[in-house]
Design a protein around this ligand. Structure first.
Ligand code: ATP
Length: 210
């Protein structure tokens, strides 16, 4: 009988380093499931969430490609709590189903589920996980990294951060913390240490089932 794999949920604020860390875990042969990528696919043209999104918001939320106009939707969801809840009510259950399926298909010793909003309000359908891995870094570093990577202003980055749980709240909910204040070599070393730990934990869990 197939057993569900050991799941590490990787979360952290905008620009904290989640994608960079996921690449390092992938280099160790770990399958990474990206919640944002699933959401993007589901809200693109032909995506499973599109009919529900059109029913909830009208076809005015589509862009020229026929998929969700993500920038316009983000703006609306930020400005209007009820709209954000409607969006989540459509997207989250579908994301949950696809994530569960991807986890069940995974063949690596454990799975890394990259999920920016793990601790923020959810409208159900969230897959279970074994360990929450939080990326932590100084907020000024976070802001600088996002501004360097995108066209967002400091105020726009701060507005996004204000919609995420605080650094303190996130740390309080963490099982493991990876501090990403240093250089990439330090980050790689931290990932290698954690990878070894997660392998051991996954083996322990599968032994408990025997
Ligand atoms: P988002 O929440 O926006 O998806 P993220 O948490 O996935 O962001 P990354 O995209 O991994 O964050 O990192 C943000 C930026 O900071 C990227 O340009 C990345 O290359 C850079 N970065 C991440 N960690 C480091 C580091 N230790 N040293 C230097 N640059 C870094």
């Amino acid at each position: 009988m197939a057993t569900s794999p050991y799941v590490v949920a990787l979360t952290g604020g905008i620009g904290s380093g989640k994608s960079t860390i996921a690449i390092e875990f992938a280099a160790h042969g770990i399958e990474c499931i990206d919640a944002d990528e699933i959401a993007r696919r589901q809200s693109a043209k032909g995506g499973a969430a599109l009919p529900g999104l059109i029913a909830a918001f009208g076809s005015g939320i589509l862009d020229a490609s026929g998929g969700l106009d993500r920038a316009a939707m983000r703006k609306l969801a930020f400005a209007d709590d009820a709209a954000r809840r409607r969006l989540e009510a459509v997207l989250h259950p579908l994301i949950g189903i696809e994530t569960e399926a991807a986890i069940a298909r995974a063949r690596s010793p454990y799975v890394l589920w990259v999920v920016p909003l793990l601790f923020e309000a959810r409208s159900g359908g969230k897959p279970r996980y074994d360990r929450a891995l939080v990326v932590d870094c100084d907020e000024e570093t976070q802001i600088a990294r996002v501004m360097k990577r995108s066209a967002l202003s400091r105020d726009e980055v701060l507005a996004i951060m204000a919609h995420q749980v605080t650094r303190k709240e996130r740390l309080a909910l963490a099982d493991e913390v990876i501090v990403n204040d240093g250089d990439l070599e330090a980050l790689k070393a931290a990932v290698t240490r954690l990878h070894e730990k997660f392998i051991a934990l996954a083996i322990d869990k599968s032994n408990e089932r025997l």
